[in-house]
Write a protein that binds this ligand. Structure first.
Ligand code: LTN
Length: 329
């Protein structure tokens, strides 16, 4: 067994991965994978809490995993799996639902917001955070890297675990949310004051990791900038140029200052062409790896291994919870 601390995170397969996800959150997980025993899964059961097209969902699950690996999530350093392939997880979720108050679940901000958006919301939307608690607790994860919107759910998982331990005896490790503050936020190319989001309607401002490299170049050449023609980092007064500097810096590993220096005395045209070339080249390499993986035996083996390993772990916890709760023969 590894004596490293365990981190775990889930990705809900909705929308399409963007350059913003890659630079903002994925790169953080890629850094953490060396230091921690990392678990990464596709939360497909969570996707079902809002309406989905089954065929599209099915395809997206696989695409997500292949793209994450193509981006640099190393299957040797991560346990990678599909949530729904582990039948102990929803089974445990029912048991923990019986240790969670209706009041707690219905107070979750995400539940309150999403249940307002659609009058026919499902019970799954309410029990969403309990399923998420199981995702975290079944494998004794120590740390859970999440976006700020998911922090409350991790805190609920901790509350459920603490209460269960008190009531039934030590069963779970108490997990901690890790919300990264310093991660670079990539902005929309057309409106550099808001974040690059996969749900944005205007695709001109958003680079998808699946975009054709030529289209990527075009989008960057057409990015909104200012008119003083000086390549200088100033997020407040020059959000467009600053965003492009952040992109170039993240993808080349050069500092923003280094790149600024290279463009002293040159105009925005040269600078944009540079960012466009760097980005298109970087993403096209990732796409090459993605194309190798998507229908490969290698991907099947990674998923089989992740499924088998986590089912074994989950089975042990499932039986322990049942025993603690008294539901055994
Ligand atoms: N709810 C999360 C996805 C998710 C998750 C998890 C994240 C499901 N289970 C367990 C961390 C740990 C989301 O919407 N991003």
């Amino acid at each position: 067994m590894s004596d490293k601390k365990r981190i775990l995170t889930g990705l809900k397969p909705t929308g399409e991965l963007t350059l913003g996800n890659y630079i903002g959150s994925l790169s953080q997980m890629i850094k953490l994978q060396d230091e921690y025993d990392s678990y990464l899964f596709v939360a497909d059961l969570h996707a079902l809490t809002i309406p989905q097209n089954p065929k599209e969902l099915h395809e997206r699950i696989r695409r997500f995993i292949a793209m994450y690996i193509a981006c640099g999530i190393d299957p040797k350093k991560n346990t990678i799996y599909i949530q729904s392939e582990n039948e102990y997880i929803p089974a445990m979720s029912y048991l923990l639902e019986c240790a969670t108050y209706y009041g707690e679940a219905s107070r979750m901000i995400q539940f309150k917001e999403k249940s307002k958006q659609n009058a026919n919301f499902t019970l799954g939307l309410l029990t969403y955070p309990v399923l998420m608690a199981v995702d975290i607790l079944y494998c004794d994860a120590d740390y859970v890297p999440v976006g700020i919107d998911q922090k409350q759910h991790v805190e609920l998982a901790r509350d459920i675990a603490e209460r269960f331990n008190k009531h039934y005896g030590e069963t779970f490790i108490l997990p901690e949310p890790v919300v990264s503050e310093q991660g670079i936020k990539i902005k929309d190319l057309k409106d550099p004051c808001k974040k690059m989001s996969k749900s944005e309607e205007n695709p001109q401002g958003v680079i998808s990791m699946f975009d054709d490299p030529e289209d990527i170049k075009k989008k960057i050449m057409k990015a909104t900038t200012d008119s003083d023609n000086e390549v200088r980092f100033d997020e407040e007064n020059k959000p467009g140029i600053s965003n492009l500097l952040n992109i170039a810096s993240a993808l080349t590993g050069k500092s923003v200052e280094e790149i600024e220096k290279e463009f002293i005395g040159k105009g925005y045209g040269d600078f944009k062409r540079y960012v466009a070339d760097v980005t298109a080249e970087h993403i096209s390499k990732i796409q090459e790896r993605y194309n190798e993986l998507i229908n490969s035996k290698e991907l099947e083996e990674i998923l089989d291994e992740g499924r088998d390993k986590t089912r074994e772990l989950a089975k042990v916890k499932f039986e322990l919870i049942k025993e603690r709760m008294g539901v055994i023969r």
